[in-house]
Design a protein around this ligand. Structure first.
Ligand SMILES: Cc1cc2nc3c(=O)[nH]c(=O)nc-3n(C[C@H](O)[C@H](O)[C@H](O)COP(=O)(O)OP(=O)(O)OC[C@H]3O[C@@H](n4cnc5c(N)ncnc54)[C@H](O)[C@@H]3O)c2cc1C
Length: 417
C-alpha cells in the first residue's frame, strides 16, 4: 500500500469521539440536546431528514397541547421565549360525550394557589414551531452538533462505548447512545428491544378548521362511541382538530370532499362554536399504544415515542417525552459530576426507575379513558353519563382531574444543572 492510500485508510478509520450520541431531532431529541447545552458535554444529534410539515389553512396541523408543568421545562431550557408569540393559551377545557348533556368543564382560574390563580391550563403549539424554537436555542452552543440529513448505516455496542457509522463513512463513538427516533425507532430495533403494543385499529384525522364563533381559548373534547373528537384553539381564530376514528370510518371521511367532511364534522361536534365553515388539508395518523420492553440497555437509553407511544386523547405524548429528556439529562450531568460512566446500567437504571411510574400512570389512564368512552357494553353508557355528571359537580374530584391534565401534579423535573 502506498503512502497516499495509507493516509486515506487512516482517515476513513478516524473515529470521532463524543460524549453522547442522539438519534432523532424531533421535539424530544432536540429538548434532550437543549437540556445538555450547558453541561460541557459534546453531544451529536443525528437526524435522517427534516420531518414533513403538514400545512392546513396555512398552519402546521400537527399540534401539541403543552401542559403547564412542561411550559416551565421549556422556559428553563430557554426555548419558550421563541415559542410564546405563536402559542395559544388554553383557558378552559370542556369535555362531554355524545349521549349526555352537561359534561366536565375546567377553568384555568380554578387551579393554582387562591392568591395566584393560573391564567392558562396549557398552551397549544405547532410541532414545527416547537422544533424551530429548540433549534434556535441550540444555535449558540458549539458543543451540540446536529447532523442532518444523515443516515446511520451501522451501530455496534462494545463493552465501554457504542460505535456508529454513517452512510457517508463518517464514524462516531460515545459512552452512550440515546434513541429519540420516534414510535418506529430504528435504534430500538437494532438493540432487539421488543414492544408491548396495542393497535387501537384507529387513526387520528388532523386538520385546521375555522369555526364561525371565536373559541376564546377553549379546548373542546367530544367523546363519541367511535373515539374522541378534539377541537383545540389556535391562533387567528383557527382550531386544530384531532378526530380519532376506526380505520374504515377514517377511509370514508378522508375520501369526502371538503363540503361532505364539514357536514360530518358539524354533525359530530355540534353547535358549540357555531358552524364550522372552512377546513384545510387533512392528514391521518395511525394510533397505536406502545411501550418498549426495556427503556435502557448497556450504553442505550430510549426517550419519547421511541420508549412509549400513547393514544392522543389527552394530548400527553410529547409531554411525557419532554419529561424523559429532562430526567435522563439530569442523570447524565450528575454522573459526570461524580465521575461515573453515564453509559453504565447503574446510571441508566436510575433514569428508568424515575420515569416508569409517570409513564405507566399516563398509559393506564389513557387506556382506561379509551375503554370507558368507546365501549358499548350494556350499562356503560349510562355509567359514563353518571360519571360525567358526578365529575362535573364534585369539586374535589374535578380539581384533581384538572391538575392531572395540566401537568401540575406530575413530576416536573428540576432544571438540569
Ligand atoms: C394525531 C396525533 C395528535 C397528537 N397530539 C398530541 C398533543 O396534543 N400533545 C402531545 O403531547 N402529544 C401529541 N401527540 C403525540 C406526539 O406527536 C408524539 O408524542 C411526539 O411527536 C413524539 O416526539 P418524538 O420526538 O419522540 O418523536 P417524533 O416526533 O416521531 O420524532 C422522531 C425524529 O426522529 C427522526 N428519525 C427517525 N428514525 C431515524 C433514524 N433512523 N435516524 C435518524 N433520525 C431518525 C425522525 O425524522 C424525527 O425527526 C399526537 C400524536 C398524534 C398521532
Amino acid at each position: 500500500m502506498n503512502q497516499k492510500s495509507k493516509r486515506v485508510q487512516a482517515m476513513n478509520e478516524h473515529i470521532e469521539q463524543v460524549d453522547v450520541l442522539v438519534v432523532g431531532a424531533g421535539m424530544v431529541g432536540l429538548a434532550f440536546a437543549c437540556a445538555l447545552k450547558d453541561s460541557g458535554l459534546k453531544v451529536t444529534v443525528i437526524e435522517r431528514g427534516e420531518p414533513a410539515v403538514f400545512e392546513s389553512l396555512g398552519m402546521d396541523c400537527r399540534v401539541s397541547a403543552i401542559v403547564l408543568g412542561n411550559k416551565q421545562i421549556l422556559e428553563g431550557l430557554g426555548a419558550w421565549k421563541y415559542l410564546s408569540p405563536n402559542a395559544q393559551a388554553m383557558h378552559t377545557m370542556r369535555i362531554w360525550d355524545d349521549q349526555h348533556p352537561g359534561g366536565i368543564r375546567f377553568d384555568a382560574d380554578e387551579i393554582g394557589a387562591s392568591d395566584a390563580p393560573c391564567d392558562a391550563l396549557g398552551y397549544l403549539v405547532q410541532n414545527s414551531h416547537l422544533q424551530a424554537a429548540l433549534k434556535k436555542t441550540l444555535l449558540p452552543y458549539d458543543n451540540i452538533e446536529i447532523l442532518c440529513p444523515a443516515t446511520i448505516a451501522k451501530v455496534e455496542w462494545l463493552s465501554d462505548s457504542v460505535h456508529i457509522e454513517l452512510k457517508d463513512g463518517h464514524k462516531l463513538a460515545a459512552p452512550l447512545i440515546v434513541g429519540a427516533d420516534g414510535g418506529r425507532s430504528w435504534l430500538r430495533e437494532q438493540a432487539e428491544i421488543g414492544v408491548y403494543s396495542r393497535d387501537y385499529k384507529q387513526k387520528g384525522i388532523v386538520a385546521n378548521v375555522r369555526p364561525m364563533i371565536p373559541h376564546h381559548g377553549t379546548a373542546f373534547q367530544r367523546f363519541t362511541s367511535s373515539g374522541p373528537l378534539a377541537m383545540l384553539p389556535m391562533k387567528d381564530g383557527l382550531c386544530s382538530i384531532v378526530w380519532s376514528q376506526f380505520n374504515d370510518d377514517v377511509e370514508r371521511l378522508m375520501a369526502l370532499d371538503d363540503i361532505g367532511f364539514l357536514e360530518e364534522l358539524n354533525l359530530t361536534f355540534g353547535p358549540m362554536l357555531g358552524r364550522i365553515e372552512e377546513v384545510g388539508k387533512r392528514a391521518a395518523f395511525p394510533l397505536k399504544g406502545q411501550l418498549a420492553m426495556h427503556l435502557v440497555r448497556p450504553r442505550l437509553a430510549l426517550i419519547g415515542d421511541a420508549a412509549h407511544t400513547i393514544h392522543p386523547l389527552a394530548g400527553l405524548g410529547v409531554n411525557l417525552g419532554l419529561r424523559d429528556a429532562m430526567v435522563l439529562a439530569q442523570e447524565i450531568v450528575d454522573a459526570k459530576k461524580y465521575g461515573e460512566d453515564w453509559g453504565e446500567m447503574s446510571v441508566l437504571n436510575r433514569y428508568m426507575k424515575l420515569r416508569m411510574p409517570d409513564i405507566l400512570s399516563v398509559i393506564g389512564s389513557m387506556e382506561g379513558l379509551h375503554r370507558i368512552f368507546t365501549s358499548q357494553l350494556p350499562g356503560l353508557p349510562m355509567l359514563r353519563g353518571l360519571g360525567m355528571k358526578a365529575v362535573g359537580n364534585a369539586g374535589v374530584i374535578k380539581s384533581l382531574l384538572m391538575k392531572n391534565s395540566t401537568g401540575l401534579t406530575l413530576p416536573v423535573p428540576k432544571q438540569v444543572g
